[in-house]
Design a protein around this ligand. Sequence first.
Ligand SMILES: Cc1ncc(COP(=O)(O)O)c(C=O)c1O
Length: 488
Amino acid sequence: MDAVVLREETLDPADWSQVQALSHQIVDDAVAYLRDVRDRPAWRAMPAGVRQVFNSSLPTAPTPLGDVYHAVADNVMAYPMGNIHPRFWAWYMGSSNFTGALGEFLAAVQGSNLGGGSHAAALLDGQVVDWCKQMIGFPGSASGTLVSGGSMANLIGLTVARNAHAGIDVREHGVAAMPKPLCMYGSDQLHSCHRKAVETLGLGNNALRRVATDAALRIDIHALETAIAEDRRAGLQPACIIASAGTVNTGAIDDLHALADLAAREGMWLHIDGCIGALVAIAPENRHLVAGIERADSVALDPHKLLHAPFEAGCALVRDAKLHRDAFAVTPEYLETAPRGLAAGDWLHEYGLQTTRGFRALKIWMALKEHGADKFGRLIDQNIAQARYLTDLIEAEPCLELVAPTSIDIVCFRYRAADGSRVKDINVEIMLRLQEDGIAVLSDTTVHGEHCLRVAVANHRTRRADLELLVGQVVCIGAEVSVMHLAK
Ligand SMILES: Cc1ncc(COP(=O)(O)O)c(C=O)c1O
C-alpha cells in the first residue's frame, strides 16, 4: 500500500533568506521614514483612489510578502495620522520613538502572552510597573498593571475605588445591593473616559459630580466640599475624588495636596488622573507642580504620552495591592498556579480585565534603558518651556489672544475677530487650513464657554522655530480668512 503523504502547513516562510532580505529593506525604509519625517507634510488628505484600496474584500489566495509590503508602504505609511511629525500638536499624543518600535517588533517576535507565567517577559512587565511607581514616588508595596492607555488605567483605579467603598461585596452582589448609592467627584474639566468608567461600573453618569473650576481651571475645593456635604445629607455615599494632574483641555493641575487632605478627612478614595501630567514628576524644573501625587490611592498614567512609547501603553497604579487584586482576581481551574514550571509565576491578569495581555512593557523598558529617565524628564521640561515660549509669542501678537492660562504644555488661544459671532468659524477655518496645507496639526476645544485653538506640545521633535512658524501662519491665514468672512 502506498504511504499517504500528509501535507502539513505552517505560517513560517518556505524560504527564510527571502524574508530576511525583505525585512532588512523594511527596517531601512523605517529608519529613513523617521529620519526624514520633518520633510513631509504634517498631515495630508488621502486621494479617493487610495481610500478605495481599503474596500477590497477578504483575500483568500496568497500574495507575495514583497507585494503586501509595497501596498502598505504606498497606501498606509504614506498617509499617517501625523503625530510623529514635529508640528503635530492636536489632542494629546506622544510622538513615538524608534527604539520603542524595535521593542514592539521584538515583543511580537517573541510572542509571549503577559496574562502571567514564569518567564522573562512577565518579570520585565513587573519591572516597568515598578519603574512607573518610582517615577511618581509611589511605594514599592503598591501594585500596578500595564493597560492599553489612560482610559483603561482610569477604569482600573475607579473599579478598585468603587469596590473598596461599596459597603458590600459588590463583585458578588452587584451595585443594586449597595446600601447607599456611591458618588464620585471630579472637576468640570475631567476627561470623558471617566464618564464611560462610571457608566461601565454601573454607577451611572449622574453619580459623577462635575465640580466647578476656578479661573486657572483647577477644581474649586470649597465647591467640592459643599457637594460632598450635600450628598451625605441626601443619604448618598461620597466614595471617590478624581483629581486631574493635567486636564485634557488646558493641562491644569488640581491642588493635589489639598485634595489628598480632603479625601483623608472625608474617608474617601483619591484617584489621580495623571494621563497628561503624572510624569511631570520626573521633570526637574516642574516636578513641584504635581507635588502630592504620591499620596493618591490610585493613579492613571500614560507612557504613550510623555514617554512617547508607541501606542498603546497606559499604566494603573494602586497603593493597596490587596484591594487591587481583590477587585479583579478570578482563578479558574485552567489557570491555577503550579509549584514549579511555567505556571509558577504571578498571574498578571489578576490585576485588570484582560486575560491575554500583550508584551507592551518591552517598548517602554528599552527606551527607558537607552535614554534613562532623566532624559525623559528633561524632554518634559523642554516641552513645558516651549509651551511657555509659544504663550509669549501669542501675547506679543495683537491679533491673537490666550483663552486659558498655560500651566504645563498645552496652550489655548484664538485669532481675534472683529465680529465676535464669527470667531469660532474663523478659528476652525484656520485649524483646517493648517492641516490641509500640511503646515501643522492643532485641535480645538471650548474652555469655560470660549472656543479656542489648542496646541499640546507633547512632542520630542518640536523645536522653537516650529512654534514661530505656527504663529506666523496663524496670523497670516487668520487675516485672509477674516477678510473672506467680512466680505460674506
Ligand atoms: C487627562 C486624560 N485622561 C485620560 C485620557 C485617556 O487616555 P487614553 O487616550 O490613553 O485612553 C486622556 C487622553 O488624552 C487624558 O488627556
